[in-house]
Write a protein that binds this ligand. Sequence first.
Ligand SMILES: Nc1ncnc2c1ncn2[C@@H]1O[C@H](COP(=O)(O)OP(=O)(O)OP(=O)(O)O)[C@@H](O)[C@H]1O
Ligand SMILES: N[C@@H](CCO)C(=O)O
Length: 348
Amino acid sequence: MITIKVPCSSANIGPGFDVIGLALSIWLELRVEVEDKPTKAPLNCVITYEGEGAEEVPLSADANLITRTALYVLRSYGQRAFPAETRVHIINPIPLGRGLGSSGAAVVAGVALGNEVGKLGLSKARMLDYCLMIERHPDNVAAALYGGFVGTYLNDLSPEDTERKEIPLSEVLPAPAGGIDTGETPPQPPIGIGHYMKFPWAKEIKAIAIIPHFEVATAEARGVLPASYSRQDVVFNLQRIALLPSALGTSPPNAEQIYLAMQDKVHQPYRKGLIPGLPEILQSVTPKSHPGLCGICLSGAGPTILALATENFEAIAEAILEMFKQKNLECRWELLEPAEDGTTVTYS
Ligand SMILES: Nc1ncnc2c1ncn2[C@@H]1O[C@H](COP(=O)(O)OP(=O)(O)OP(=O)(O)O)[C@@H](O)[C@H]1O
Ligand SMILES: N[C@@H](CCO)C(=O)O
């Protein structure tokens, strides 16, 4: 059996919109068995699923995000379907559409799945290229792949490579065709679309994730952002992001400095209409009002709130739960730690 484990992630961490990612300790797991036998399963793949999203996630190989992604990788190498017969059991504790990188984890898991069953021998750097053909911002996928606290960027590519990178998503992940192979061969990604750098993380800091019981689709949360920004707001974020990696990597942590370094004017203010209570929570939960708190932000595209803290985790979580409750929103919370290893693949 092949076991693929991919951590969830929190993107942005305040000012690092589409740049910063933090892998956290909830893991999507695939248990994969490939048995050399004839099968009637469409595209040779049988999917079973447990966990978050079990009622809504499709189980056909050309509709499920994980196996669609694996098919893209396989087809780009001329392998039209999974080896017969591939059985994929998905165990997913990452809540969908909450800002904890469920889609990033699914894409990374799919690339790793294609790499393993197709025996392609892709490096993690090459796997990142494949991920970026699907999830086109690098923060979640780089964190999920490499683990830990990362800064990410996209490279300037040649015009030909840019064109290849920007082909419509519908060519990379074609619409489900009832398990029938439509015969299209998608292009392999250009080499070196994106890159990452790992930052140190102060061991005292843990992440409290306050997870509302409603979803915000990332596409919708990106749709509310403006096309351009004032110089003042850009400089505001640049000043803070320059401090963030060193503030979160310094032990013992300086809570006031972290709180300041996690302020943002590029995405959080525009997303308040999608997340009732967001401005109040971000403004009123501070290191002074809630000892132990270091900083607070929207996790990814939301609606999860990420509070970084060194102690008093329960009291901080309960205070935020109460603020959401005043807006008639139910939530749960989890205490998470950085997942340093990123994606792992084991054979047993
Ligand atoms: N394990 C999974 N299996 C299949 N599809 C999944 C899985 N996880 C996520 N998805 C797909 O991704 C969608 C959620 O992606 P979306 O980008 O909206 O939110 P997110 O990744 O959870 O949040 P964020 O990007 O803000 O961190 C789901 O509705 C589903 O279609
Ligand atoms: N940087 C992304 C992360 C969510 O996938 C955003 O905030 O839209």
